[in-house]
Design a protein around this ligand. Structure first.
Ligand code: HEM
Length: 506
């Protein structure tokens, strides 16, 4: 791009052309393009528009140039197609980020927020989705070091990866909003508390509280959880088992049946429906088979609710269904929040139980510390959830233009709060990549860091640390990892073990 030394003001015709062009304001400057269906031509026009800015506002131009690595052009010929022009200006230096100019089309509907492809000025970091799924931690460490706020085109989102940014931002609900009206979760599962802000969110959270409060968990649920654990362990024969399939899955399923009030279904249904919804709400590619499975899951839950409704109305109990009905919440919201509890309350305890067992069995010195009573079971669970956070990410929508340091966010941009990365932040956790039951985990955000802090946290701690872990290790006469099959682990938004082959006898 040429840099004339004499400051040339744009002519009136140029100004009019610029304002007539189809563009937007970036850092106080209007960047325009002309109506055209030829991407190369649009690029030329945008470059021409920038050239106009350079001489008339050199300081502004430098600022834009420094921070701008992408320019949005919205084409008039098809309002639904958004053309993202990347690399028009030299990107903010990120190791290896020196790509040629690229144009890519982003189709609304493929994202949880239709406007999600609106971009911040965050530096761009590319990931390989397969590698990220297999092990996101090296890439997250690179982001924390080089660009703690980074735009990742493969995820269509800007990622916050440092613990401090996440902890501060999550509480700013006027900026980092949970309200994502056109999102997949709302569309497929109904509008639940997790996708609401402020009072609308608090009302529903308060309505659920009588089920999940520490008092109810202690007085009511813990004994039930214990009965589930004992019964399931009784049924496990000696020998080679898949601990995930034979204990973690049925145990979290039975506990969640009790908590939700859907005692009329099988634990297998609970697991399959939870999985169906989780896959459905992450179905950014719009795979019809995944969406169909999600619809089947929500239809199954609605049928189970309808089936038990007359009993629950007559004899309301302390379950989520019972207390939400008693609160007078509209039925649509009751259904949506029961579905939320199922989508979040099955997989995470299942993975956390199997994961903590695996971590302890593969670190025998640390298991000894717990068995000797020097470290609590709760501490072992909390450290596992820090080390491999079962929920590694929570999405937010930018509700008003905002800046953090030199990154400005755009309205409706989609942001991912990367809890899994925050929990490996070396500023807060020494040797963050190591599992160490002795460490202080009070700064872990495995259950969140703001008003949406996991409603099921007390129940989970009771389920896992008060019941599952102590009962398993007390009753086991043999409990070893079997070496005939590898332990499979994956995921970044939801991460954990998929199997856990063990040799067991009680
Ligand atoms: C190890 C187990 C679990 C983990 C690690 C976990 C983690 C989380 C996280 C990270 C969030 C989002 C927090 C945020 O965005 O700030 C969340 C929200 C939530 N979780 Fe859990 N969860 C677990 C178990 C459960 C269980 C068993 C239930 C069922 C009762 C449950 C119900 C919920 C609900 C209702 C919300 C939404 C809260 C709100 O929007 O106010 N979770 N959980």
């Amino acid at each position: 791009m040429s840099r004339g030394s004499s400051v040339k003001r744009p002519s009136l015709t140029e100004k009019i052309e610029l304002w007539l062009s189809n563009g937007r304001v970036i850092d106080g400057l209007w960047i325009g393009s002309f109506l055209s269906d030829d991407p190369e031509r649009i690029l030329q026009r945008v470059e021409a528009a920038l050239r106009l800015i350079e001489p008339s506002a050199p300081l502004h131009y430098q600022r834009v140039k420094k921070s701008l690595s992408r320019i949005w052009v919205q084409l008039a010929f098809a309002a639904s197609i958004r053309l993202v022009v990347t690399g028009l200006m030299p990107p903010v230096p990120i190791a290896g980020d020196r790509r040629r100019r690229r144009i890519s089309l982003v189709w609304p509907g493929g994202n949880e927020n239709p406007g999600a492809a609106v971009l911040s000025t965050a530096p761009r970091i590319d990931i390989d989705p397969g590698t990220f799924w297999a092990d996101p931690y090296p890439m997250l460490a690179k982001m924390r070091q080089e660009a703690p706020i980074a735009f990742v085109p493969q995820l269509g989102s800007t990622l916050l990866t440092s613990r401090d940014d996440i902890s501060i931002s999550e509480k700013q609900i006027d900026v980092f909003s949970s309200h994502q009206p056109a999102g997949l979760m709302n569309r497929l599962m109904g509008h639940n508390m997790m996708r609401k802000d402020g009072e609308a969110h608090q009302v529903e959270r308060r309505a659920m509280f009588p089920t999940v409060s520490p008092k109810t968990v202690k007085a009511h649920w813990t004994a039930l959880f214990q009965a589930h654990a004992d019964r399931i362990i009784d049924g496990i024969g000696p020998g080679r088992i898949d601990f995930m399939r034979d204990f973690a899955l049925p145990f979290s399923g039975e506990c969640l049946k009790s908590i939700t009030g859907l005692t009329n279904i099988g634990f297998e249904d609970m697991d399959a429906w939870s999985q169906g919804m989780i896959e459905g709400i992450a179905n950014y590619a719009g795979d019809p088979a995944v969406e169909a499975r999600c619809h089947a899951a929500t239809a199954g839950i609605d049928a189970a609710i309808d089936d038990i409704l007359p009993v629950m109305r007559k004899h309301p109990d302390q379950s989520i269904l019972g207390v939400l009905l008693a609160s007078g919440m509209p039925m649509e919201s009751v259904r949506a929040n029961v579905k939320l509890a199922i989508s979040g309350g099955q997989n995470e305890p299942r993975k956390a139980i199997a994961g903590t067992v695996w971590a302890l069995l593969s670190h025998p010195d640390q298991l000894d510390l717990v068995l000797r009573g020097e470290v609590s079971w709760l501490q072992a669970f909390e450290e596992y959830a820090r080390w491999i956070s079962p929920i590694g990410m929570s999405p937010r929508r930018i509700a008003k233009p905002w800046s953090i340091r030199d990154v400005s966010f755009e309205l409706d941009e989609r942001v991912f709060l990367m809890f899994g990365s925050a929990n490996r932040d070396e500023k807060h956790f020494e040797r963050a990549d190591e599992f160490d039951v002795r460490r202080d985990t009070t700064r872990s955000v495995a259950f969140g860091a703001g008003p949406h802090f996991c409603a099921g946290a007390f129940a989970s701690r009771a389920m896992i640390a008060d019941v599952a872990l102590p009962t398993l290790f007390a009753r086991a006469k043999r409990f070893e990892i079997a070496d005939d099959e590898p332990v499979r682990i994956g995921g970044w938004a939801f991460r954990g073990l998929q199997n856990l082959p063990v040799k067991w006898r009680h």
